[in-house]
Design a protein around this ligand. Structure first.
Ligand code: SF4
Ligand code: SF4
Length: 381
């Protein structure tokens, strides 16, 4: 038995018996809210672990329950027995038979090293439109890691394009890995393939270290979380750099007087991405940034910060259970509408994509990543 398998067995066996069966987690779970079946709820899954059901050959319908989770951390945030539930769900996935969609996903990442199934050299395409606006360095203290979606999905390219323009305007020298950047490994980790994730992780650490990086900045909360939390645990390669999310970096640039804003008259609300907020504890920097823009009227969503409802795309749910993922997004749509906001700002390319799709009928609402919003406020007027 490998060291990892032993660790997983111990975590599952011990923590499932700590559960007090109170059901606080069920009350906040967005997947359970879509279909109130106890085996879908976090408490029900712990019950199944306790009863040893998951040790047996189980029908596919039931094993899929483990993948009907957006890994949003809402259950963990209310659990009064402090069970590390997000870790537990991820470890459990590694142990379970995987849906075909996830097997195909990890094969694609093994071959292409990106989630878009494109040649990895295409990671540089988003830079072309910027022409001579972009002043890339071969090596620099700051390395920008855009991640797969902002690099390779044309509708999300404006996030990476906005962030580098912010850096350029603030006079920050920075480098990128381009074709040497591989997927951060997060989709494989949450998909239940930690060994496959490890290969991407070790490649990335080597390449980032070669660039003499002191600060790695990413616009992606999933990249941020895996770099910050999992890279040390999963990799044997030494990490020689600090990791920051773009919201922390922009907040720092504002405090240093390197970013100046024009007035932006709009009613604005903010969606906390699960992997940035609940799962990484970053709530204030994005709010400070939005509130520092003159003339912005900021309103909170009814559920915000640690109570924020997932957009529906976390935990690879869009791959495994797209209908459930869309049902969760509709709940988000209703909350956003309640605020009367003209602009929904978030700080994640995947939340932005999911919320844009869910709110497309509301022509009055703009959905923006915080990098796009900041650049607009820098140029406005
Ligand atoms: S992580 Fe989120 S979706 Fe998964 S069980 Fe917990 S509350 Fe439910
Ligand atoms: S909140 Fe914690 S203790 Fe209560 S049922 Fe859920 S996992 Fe168990």
């Amino acid at each position: 038995m490998s060291k990892n398998t032993e660790k997983v067995k111990k975590l599952l066996a011990e923590e499932s018996f700590v559960c007090a069966r109170c059901g606080y987690c069920d009350a906040v779970c967005p997947t359970y809210a879509t279909d109130k079946i106890e085996s879908l709820s976090p408490r029900g899954k712990l019950q199944a672990i306790r009863m040893g059901i998951l040790e047996k050959e189980i029908p596919e319908k039931y094993s899929n329950r483990i993948f009907q989770c957006v890994t949003c951390g809402a259950c963990e945030s209310v659990c009064h027995t402090n069970i590390p539930l997000v870790k537990l769900w991820t470890e459990l996935r590694a142990k379970m038979p995987k849906p075909d969609s996830l097997k195909q996903m990890t094969q694609m990442l093994e071959q292409k090293h990106n989630i878009a199934n494109l040649p990895n050299e295409d990671r540089l395409r988003w830079t072309k439109r910027l022409g001579n606006v972009l002043h890339l360095k071969e090596t620099a203290d700051v390395l920008y890691f855009p991640g797969c979606v902002s690099s390779l999905f044309p509708a999300s390219n404006t996030i990476s394009q906005s962030f580098v323009q912010i850096l350029d305007n603030a006079g920050i020298d920075f480098a990128i890995l381009g074709a040497d950047e591989w997927c951060c490994g997060f989709p494989q980790l949450v998909g239940g393939f930690p060994e496959d994730a490890k290969k991407q992780i070790e490649h990335n650490i080597d390449e980032i270290n070669k660039k003499k990086t002191k600060i790695l900045v990413t616009t992606c909360p999933a990249c941020y979380r895996i770099f910050k939390e999992e890279y040390k645990e999963l990799s044997d390669v030494e990490i020689k750099f600090e990791v920051m999310h773009s919201t922390q970096f922009i907040d720092k640039l504002i405090a240093e007087g390197k970013i100046k804003f024009c007035e932006l008259k709009a009613k604005v609300t903010y969606h906390d991405p699960c992997d940035l907020g609940r799962n990484s504890g970053i709530y204030e920097p994005p709010r400070k940034i939005i509130k520092s823009i003159p003339a912005v009227e900021f309103v909170e969503l009814p559920h915000n910060r640690d109570k924020c409802i997932c957009c529906g795309s976390g935990g690879a749910l869009g791959f495994t259970n797209p209908e459930m993922s869309n049902t969760i997004s509709k709940r988000k749509y209703n909350e956003i509408n309640e605020t009367g906001a003209e602009i929904l700002v978030t700080a994640c390319q995947t939340c932005r994509k999911q919320i844009k799709a869910a709110t497309k009928e509301n022509k009055e609402l703009k959905v923006m990543d915080i990098t796009e919003f900041v650049l607009k406020a820098m140029k406005n007027g």
